[in-house]
Design a binder for this molecule. Structure first.
Ligand code: FES
Length: 67
């Protein structure tokens, strides 16, 4: 799936960047070019990065435990 249409960046590329050490949106911007044009990809790119690091699952798990 394309995350950043302006730079044709896919979720797969974001996962690979995460495996290669990208930790922040700024890292993705530097490495892949996401958010450099219109910026509409920022939230989706951030979500993909979190998922790649397992953060989204952990946050969801914490929410489930808090409920
Ligand atoms: S969609 Fe990523 S900069 Fe436009």
């Amino acid at each position: 799936m394309y995350v950043c249409v302006c730079h044709a960046v896919t979720d797969r590329q974001i996962r690979e960047a995460a495996q290669g050490g990208a930790r922040t949106l700024k890292d993705l911007r530097r490495d892949l070019g996401v958010t450099r044009e219109c910026g509409r990809c920022a939230s989706c790119a951030h979500e993909c990065l979190q998922e790649a690091h397992g953060c989204a699952k952990q946050q969801g798990h914490k929410k489930a435990l808090a409920a």
